[in-house]
Design a protein around this ligand. Structure first.
Ligand code: MOS
Length: 696
């Protein structure tokens, strides 16, 4: 692949959208100016399973300022009811507590909320199954896990290798339900206008992909794609939870058909988000390792039990990274699901890798202790020279460099391998390491348009998303380098389905997918119009498939280091120091790259020590549904945190030489902290989050 020359890439301009954001002129979904808006407030089921037998809306309807009330008995019909999460208000079945069963449209959000509380619902209850346990008799194997990976793999003879191994580890690791909490809640404005040639619908949405929203929702409402326009120029955080439309979008569009043409505004409350926009599945992960005395792996089994919903299957790829991480001749991975009467799980930053690598990298630390080998050396001894799964060469695997660079920066050599040795007063001090990985993928279906305009700038258009990651800036840098001009000659437009098609900001694939489309269009533009184009010259080009994806295994790698202090008397855990060293290809904008990486690492700390959605065992709903009871790490939890990268352009992933960096920062971070806690205390936690009671 021919890489474009870096001029703007590798520099760190501040966010081009920054001034608009700090002056309040960058519109988020709820803030777009519309005429005569109405406001929507949902009615949610208060039982976990059963039927709605009646909904008395008389008090709600009588309220001054109420415009209309929707119920399961009278809502508009959907044209496609195949998606169990998105099909709402089409019948009176209740599948989980919190499910949308109605809504009130009103003149103000306060009236809508009050009126929704006045809707009286009568239910016929049924017995619900909401308990996630590893010994459920109804666990099943999904046909595949996302994204299209085999559910199980079995290579070599695992049982024989385990039986013959000189050292074995057999442990179970548990991770809880966690919820994405972007600062901007899920919000949208739906505008439904009936015209002579059918409806014209606009959805201002807080989403990671406008075209994904359109592709998913248009068929539900019997609309042709051109009849539904989705707009999202600025998004206040996504992390996966906004990677697809959820039922609240459907509710807003149903309501917009009942509001007399007036726009309908819906912003979910923090509490509603804990029921309606997905979550990280809980996992129970059994890991078995077999090795010789020198730590050379001979066997690895990673068997995962996770949760899904009865209304729609979501099968997370928890064990997939164990298939490619180390050289192990005999290995087995499996995923089993418990389908419960609960909301549908969905993506949350590094779905699969984040919980999977927590378990796998703690298990590697346990093996290092059992073999009395330094944990960095253990990983070096098991480094595969090609992808164990596909046999393909790596496009660029620099894990050992990351580990060595991190060891030097973190002064790993000074570490006493014995646990529980370092102390300072009542504090026990330890350090830990874990490896990190995330696949480098490109999503299909991207196109870009470039036009040379009368003011002698280049208009660059693609329906990409900036969910707070810096897309406005980094795509401008890429476009400038691709066209060989200055960044201030680029005028970028993103976040609108009226622009050329773009894939979702998900799976750390955004910059690869959109950047490739822009570079492809820039090259076509130069071929067609030369270096001195006339105003009006333009091209629209779809990106072709990258032929290198068939020949190389493309993944990013990293090494995570953490220092923990554990209070001998209270079990309190502090993390004064974290370091991550990553191989993520070329750094397009180092300032934003660092921000993504330390953001992910901070989340890893949060995952290790704080985050857990606690469910009511009777109804299956989350009771810790606010930021007072759902703990996320804050500034006070973070000491020194630094992310470094090797700056090693990848010649195979895309014409920029980059790999996605949005998700790898969280991967392995919780394991590094867990391993550091073991080193500090000699106690090995295996259940997240690690709260002080685990250590007393
Ligand atoms: Mo990422 S969790 O795939 O948006």
């Amino acid at each position: 692949m021919t890489l474009i020359e870096a001029a703007a890439m590798g520099t760190s301009p501040t966010r081009l959208d920054g001034p608009a954001k700090v002056t309040g002129t960058a519109p988020y979904a709820f803030e777009h100016q519309v005429d005569q808006p109405t406001y929507l407030h949902p009615v949610q089921a208060t039982i976990a399973r059963g039927r709605v037998s009646a909904m008395d809306v008389s008090a709600a309807t009588r309220l001054d300022g109420a415009v209309a009330v929707l119920t399961v008995f009278d809502a508009p019909k959907l044209a496609d009811t195949s998606d169990g999460e998105l099909t709402i208000l089409q019948d009176n079945d209740v599948h989980f507590r919190g499910q949308l069963i109605g809504a009130v449209i009103a003149e103000t959000p306060e009236i809508a909320r009050h009126a929704a509380s006045l809707v009286e619902v009568t239910y016929q209850r049924q017995q619900a199954e909401v308990e996630f346990r590893g010994d459920r008799a109804d666990l099943y194997a999904p046909e595949e896990v996302s994204s299209s990976f085999p559910t199980d793999t079995d290579v070599g003879d695992l049982d024989a290798a385990l039986a013959a191994a000189e050292v074995t580890i057999d442990q179970t690791y548990i991770t809880p339900i966690e919820h994405n909490n972007p600062l901007e809640p899920h919000a949208c404005i739906a505008v439904w206008q009936e015209g002579d040639d059918g409806p014209r619908v606009t959805l201002y949405d807080s989403t990671q992909g406008v075209h994904t929203v359109r592709t998913t929702l248009a068929p539900l409402f019997g609309l042709e794609p051109h009849q539904l326009r989705v707009i999202a120029p600025h998004v206040g955080g996504g992390f996966g939870a906004k990677g697809a439309p959820h039922a609240h979008n459907v509710l807003a569009l149903l309501a917009a058909q009942r509001s007399g043409g007036r726009p309908v505004k819906l912003a979910l409350t923090r509490q509603q988000m804990f029921a309606l926009v997905g979550y990280r599945t809980p996992t129970i992960q059994r890991i078995r390792l077999g090795a010789d005395r020198n730590g050379k792996l001979t066997a690895l089994a990673h068997d995962v039990i996770e949760q899904t919903s009865r209304i729609k299957e979501f099968a997370e790829q928890t064990a997939v990274s164990s298939r490619m991480m180390y050289r192990v001749p005999n290995r087995r991975t499996s995923h089993r699901l418990a389908a419960l009467d609960v909301p549908v799980p969905f993506w949350m930053r590094a779905p699969g890798e984040a919980p999977g690598m927590f378990a796998a990298e703690v298990a590697m630390d346990e093996l290092a202790v059992a073999c009395a080998i330094d944990p960095i050396e253990l990983r070096i001894r098991n480094e595969p020279d090609a992808d164990p799964e596909s046999g393909q060469p790596w496009s660029g695997r620099h894990l050992i460099e990351c580990l060595r660079r991190g060891a030097a920066e973190f002064d790993w050599a000074a570490r006493d391998p014995a646990p529980g040795v370092r102390r300072s007063g009542e504090w026990l001090i330890g350090t830990g390491v874990a490896a990190s990985t995330y696949p480098a993928t490109e999503s299909p279906g991207n196109a870009a348009r470039i036009e040379f305009t009368a003011d002698h700038s280049y208009l660059v258009q693609i329906g990409a998303a900036d969910i707070g990651t810096g897309t406005w800036t980094s795509l401008t840098q890429i476009a400038a380098d691709a066209l060989g001009c200055a960044t201030d000659a680029i005028r970028l437009e993103i976040g609108d389905t009226d622009l050329p098609a773009a894939s979702v900001a998900g799976g750390s694939s955004g910059i690869t997918s959109w950047g490739t489309a822009i570079v492809t269009a820039a090259r076509a533009f130069r071929d067609k119009h030369g270096i001195a184009p006339t105003p009006g010259a333009d091209v629209t080009v779809e990106s072709a498939e990258n032929p290198d994806t068939d020949h190389f295994a493309m993944h990013s790698f990293g090494a995570q280091f953490a220092e923990t202090w554990v209070n001998r008397d209270t079990g309190e855990i502090r993390v004064p120091r974290m370091l991550g060293v990553f191989s993520i290809g070329r750094a397009i904008n180092p300032r934003m790259l660092r921000s993504q990486l330390i953001g992910g690492m901070t989340w890893g700390l949060s995952m290790a020590l704080h985050e857990e959605s606690v469910r009511d065992p009777r109804y299956g709903h989350v009771v810790t549904q606010d930021l007072a009871t759902y703990h996320v790490s804050s500034h006070a939890d973070i000491g020194t945190i630094e992310a470094l990268w090797l700056d090693d352009p990848d010649p195979h992933t895309n014409p920029m030489g980059s790999r996605g960096a949005g998700e790898i920062g969280i991967v392995g971070a919780a394991a590094a902290i867990t391993n550091a806690i073991h080193h500090a205390t000699g106690t090995r936690p295996r259940t997240l989050p690690i709260t002080p009671d685990h250590l007393l």
